[in-house]
Design a protein around this ligand. Structure first.
Ligand SMILES: Cc1ncc(COP(=O)(O)O)c(C=O)c1O
Length: 382
């Protein structure tokens, strides 16, 4: 779509570039081609827009879900249940039943009480649940504090000390099949060092388990690979070779062991943009404000984590204007945190201009809300 096409649409809406998604999926496929024991799942939480999910399912990725709703959405959009893994600290009975009905690949279990409930419900339904324990490896992902998950202070997973008793318990339960270990240390990780540290930690854990005669069939290292929010046009596809090579190099897999990944952001972030229109340009005492029709209800990440989505004024670029003036780009929501970026240099901006907020495919549309009784943003994928 170009500027003229954007201008014809009601804004705000998400625009997904399926060609870029294809190229990203190809890059993933090529990076794991020589590693048949690598299984890549897509973390549905990042974006569950049907056209996007269908493309990812067609490319052969499995799904990583964190709710019963995500399991149903993944199945509806072509992911085989046998390639679905399911994490989450608060799985409800209804959600566990949904997962058991579909006979998903694995539950990533985060506590002993959860293990007991899964066993009980599986027994009622005459099923056996494959279970991996989510272990909290206490590895610092060096990312934003709100998206770090693998430290002892976080609510996720089971601590390393509790791992062996938890596995012993799983082995004693009739309707549980213990298959392995699951990890996820955080999101938007832009260095491979934390992943290499995770590998070291897993090597130690699997050695400790072997000494106890505990066989680990499956290791799941979660997601977390970051993207370049500052220069999306220069780096539209993350360095998947570097990422997967880190695991090829540092993780000591035993013969027959499977290695699973759960990438969300790295798969979809760059292919989505939020398309908005300037409603007013307001000249305050100290600042110029570009007030757009998209707000934190459409894209909450800047308000929630202070994250940056590169703004582009497509209309001003088409007029040939140079970037000259600084603007705070803000939304219409009645919250002072409804700010996309402060003091950003844009070309001379006018009412009606189309502004893109780039790299918004992950944790964008899916987190939209109706606060202020707003309509949810629409989406176009092509
Ligand atoms: C368990 C789990 N796996 C995978 C992901 C996907 O992470 P990312 O989008 O950073 O790849 C998340 C994100 O929060 C998660 O909680």
């Amino acid at each position: 779509m170009n500027l003229t096409d954007f201008e014809k649409q009601e804004t705000p809406f998400y625009y997904y570039d399926l060609q870029l998604l294809d190229a990203t999926l190809n890059a993933i496929r090529e990076a794991v081609e020589d590693a048949p024991h690598f299984h890549v799942h897509y973390a549905v939480k990042a974006c569950a827009t049907p056209a996007v999910l269908k493309k990812i399912a067609q490319a052969g990725l499995g799904a990583d879900c964190v709710s019963g709703g995500e399991i149903l959405r993944a199945v509806e959009n072509g992911f085989p249940a046998s390639d679905i893994v399911y994490a989450g600290v608060g799985k409800t009975d209804r959600e566990i039943r949904t997962a058991l009905e579909h006979n998903i690949a694995a539950f990533n279990v985060e506590s002993i009480p959860e293990l007991e409930v899964i066993n009980e419900l599986a027994s009622e339904m005459g099923r056996t649940a494959r279970v991996a324990f989510r272990i909290n490896p206490n590895v610092d992902a060096h990312t934003h504090e709100k998206i770090t998950t693998g430290l002892n202070e976080n609510k996720f997973g089971i601590s390393m000390q509790d791992m062996i008793p938890a596995i012993r318990m799983a082995e004693s339960l009739k309707h549980i099949d213990f298959i392995g270990l699951h990890f996820h240390i955080g999101s938007q990780i832009t260095s491979f060092v934390p992943f290499a540290e995770l590998c070291k930690c897993i090597n130690q854990l699997t050695a400790a388990l072997e000494a106890e005669d505990i066989m680990v069939r499956s290791i799941n290292v979660g997601g977390g690979l970051g993207i370049d929010y500052d220069c999306p046009d220069e780096h539209p596809i993350p360095d998947f070779n570097g990422y997967f090579n880190t695991f090829k190099k540092h993780l000591k897999l035993r013969p027959g062991q499977e290695l699973h990944f759960e990438l969300g952001r790295a798969v979809v972030a760059q292919c989505g943009q939020l398309v908005s229109r300037v409603v007013y340009v307001k000249h305050g005492l100290q600042k110029h404000f570009a007030i757009i029709d998209a707000g934190m209800t459409d894209l909450v990440r800047p308000a929630m984590y202070g994250s940056f989505h590169k703004p582009v004024n497509l209309s001003a670029e088409a007029r040939g204007e140079q970037a000259t003036d600084q603007y705070d780009i803000v939304g219409p929501i009645c919250e002072s945190s409804d700010v996309f970026v402060k003091d950003y240099t844009l070309p001379l901006t006018r009412r009606g201009d189309i502004i893109l907020l780039k790299s918004a495919g992950a944790y964008g549309e899916i987190m939209a809300s109706q606060y202020n009784c707003r309509k949810l943003p629409g989406s176009i994928a092509e």
